[in-house]
Design a protein around this ligand. Structure first.
Ligand code: A4P
Ligand code: MG
Length: 206
């Protein structure tokens, strides 16, 4: 019996849509039997969550709750949690990673600003690039938007090669597409799932 969060995720993935598909897509195998819902207003986006300092699970849950409370943001699905080996940066503790699907009426920069505020509320400190952090919130995609602005690169420039993004994303949306790179399922086949393992703990939607 899937958890409430995963049940919600499977339902949400039906209307989550993908860039270039007009926000609507066919029902993936995981979603069969789920009624098509009406998508909440706004643009489809995917946010990655990571924490490797402090009470990691509580922090991720707090972030999900805080993101869901942002005016103009509707969180439609939250993925399983993965314990992951750090990629890059200095020696540091393992991460907990997850992703969430959302729709938002906020422009991308406003969404990033709100996410940065949530990071700050969880005592995020920026000292070393790719260093340990209580909370990292990255926008992986914002509808089909592309940008090479260093302050907001879209899609996230390293998402296509990172199992800690691809695996949880694929869990909640097996038909997901990363603009410019193709199907997440195909990217996952190349990236592999080394260095990550499913955690027993789960996040819930408020
Ligand atoms: N920025 C640009 N594009 C975006 C975007 N799409 N979403 C800018 C969010 N921020 C974006 O971010 C640095 C700058 O990126 C900011 O000024 C922001 O405006 P940051 O959060 O201060 O620092 P960061 O996260 O260390 O930098 P970066 O380059 O985004 O790191 P990555 O590539 O996200 O890698 N290993 C595991 N296992 N799990 C992890 O979660 N995370 C990282 C961070 C490295 N290794 C990891 C993990
Ligand atoms: Mg970041």
């Amino acid at each position: 019996m899937p958890s409430p969060a995963v049940r919600e995720a499977r339902g949400a993935a039906v209307f989550a849509g993908s860039p270039g598909e007009g926000g609507e897509r066919g029902v993936s195998p995981l979603c069969r039997g789920v009624d098509r819902g009406v998508a909440p207003p706004g643009k489809y986006c995917v946010v990655a969550l990571g924490s490797n300092l402090g009470a990691r699970l509580d922090i991720l849950q707090g972030a999900v709750t805080a993101i869901a409370a942002i005016p103009g943001v509707t969180v439609t699905a939250v993925s399983p949690v993965y314990e992951t080996v750090p990629v890059g940066g200095p020696a540091q503790p393992d991460y907990l990673n997850a992703i969430l699907l959302a729709r938002t009426t906020l422009p991308p920069r406003d969404l990033l600003r709100r996410l940065n505020e949530i990071e700050a509320a969880f005592d995020r400190v920026r000292e070393v690039r790719w260093g340990p952090r209580t909370l990292d919130l990255d926008i992986i995609i914002y509808e089909g938007l592309t940008s090479d602005d260093p302050d907001l690169s879209l899609p996230h420039p390293r998402a296509h090669e990172r199992a800690f993004v691809l695996v949880p994303w694929h869990d909640v949306d097996p038909a997901a597409v990363l603009p410019g790179h193709g199907l997440v399922a195909a990217l996952l086949a190349v990236a592999g799932d080394g260095g990550i393992r499913r955690a027993q703990e789960e996040l819930s939607l408020p």
